[in-house]
Design a protein around this ligand. Structure first.
Ligand code: PBG
Length: 330
């Protein structure tokens, strides 16, 4: 006869014990909610491929900021869609640009909301690339240093408008150090940098490019975003950003890169965020609409996975839904 006297007992016998021994916790303070503010609309404009997500006008943004703060969300990540795009992304760093005005709107509506701004040129360039492009014949090249100069101007203009944290997402070399130096020399020593330190060239950004109107008009982002096959390169990229003074690290996308998230957190021991990107959102939404999976359970499982893999913060389009779901039993 099998003797099972000394086997450890299960820790899941009741709901209360299950909760008591749970290793990973989800909390509304860990969530960062992305917002798209557009100069081209009034009110809200729904993004077809991201049900529940909309571009907002400045006045819609005011209402949204108030309701987000009321839900208990503490941080937002801001993206802008300007009326005018040009080769030099001039609206990215315009004093009266859409993001600069949006920061003021949010700070007036909800002064305690932490405002993180995405610092990139792709929403502002006529060609949709994240940097300055030199074109010759059929060839084009993204110019690193010229792009960094504009990214620095953009970051400083966000800080001037009242941003708490700037988040460079372009993946140009040397931009974190350059932004840190410029912020300090303009007196913004308390503004933090949250760099997209490891950002892969991913199919999962598809719906976002509709939301932010930032799809490249020619070519792709392979020359500046990382090859999904490379984990060591990702660690080297993060090491560079850490050396240059990034305060917080973003790993992006989330689901296909949990190994990177784990290694980054273990190795650098910095506050680390994961970006649960638009394509990850769209695929669950689509399956849920078809009745193929339970959205709430799937989302909580995904978020728990991000936390287990080392994420301190999760940038997610589900942040608002989660504030309600996390109040229920799960
Ligand atoms: C801008 C940027 C992108 C995302 C965040 N910042 C798009 C891209 O790199 O093409 C994607 C976010 C998402 O898919 O939710 N560079």
């Amino acid at each position: 006869m099998l003797d099972l006297t000394h086997r450890p007992r299960r820790l899941r016998s009741t709901e209360t014990i299950r909760r008591m021994v749970r290793e990973t916790h989800l909390d509304v303070h860990q969530l960062i909610y992305p917002l798209f503010v557009s100069e081209n609309i009034s009110g809200r404009f729904d993004i077809a491929s991201m049900p529940g997500v909309a571009q907002l006008s400045l006045s819609a943004l005011k209402d949204e900021a108030e309701s987000i703060a009321q839900l208990g969300i503490t941080a937002v990540l801001l993206f802008g869609i300007p009326e005018q795009k040009d080769e030099h992304a001039s609206q990215a760093y315009a004093e009266n640009g859409i993001v600069q005005r949006a920061i003021c709107t949010i700070k007036q509506a909800a002064p305690n909301l932490v405002v993180i701004t995405d610092v990139c040129l792709c929403e502002y360039t006529s060609h949709g690339h994240c940097g300055v492009v030199a074109k010759e014949g059929g060839h084009y090249q993204v110019l690193n240093d010229a792009s960094v100069e504009l990214l620095v101007k953009t970051a400083v203009s966000h800080a001037r408008a009242g941003a708490d944290i700037v988040a460079p997402s372009d993946m140009m070399d040397g931009r974190v150090g350059a932004i840190r130096t410029a912020l300090d020399s303009h007196g913004f020593t308390n503004v933090l940098i949250m760099s997209y330190a490891s950002k892969f060239c991913s199919a999962f950004y598809g719906p976002f490019r509709e939301a932010a109107e930032s799809a490249p008009q020619f070519g792709d982002r392979r020359t500046y975003q990382m090859d999904p096959a490379n984990a060591l390169e990702a660690l080297r990229e993060v090491a560079l950003d850490v050396e240059e003074g990034t305060d917080l690290i973003i790993v992006k996308p989330g689901l296909p890169y949990l190994d990177i998230l784990w290694r980054v957190k273990e190795r650098f021991e910095r506050p680390t965020a994961v970006y649960n990107v638009s394509g990850e959102y769209a695929m669950v939404k689509a399956a849920a609409r078809m009745g193929w999976l339970d959205e709430k359970r799937a989302v909580i499982e995904m978020m728990t996975g991000f936390r287990r893999a080392g994420a301190d913060m999760i940038i997610t389009y589900w942040a608002k839904d989660l504030t309600a779901w996390l109040r229920e039993q799960w």
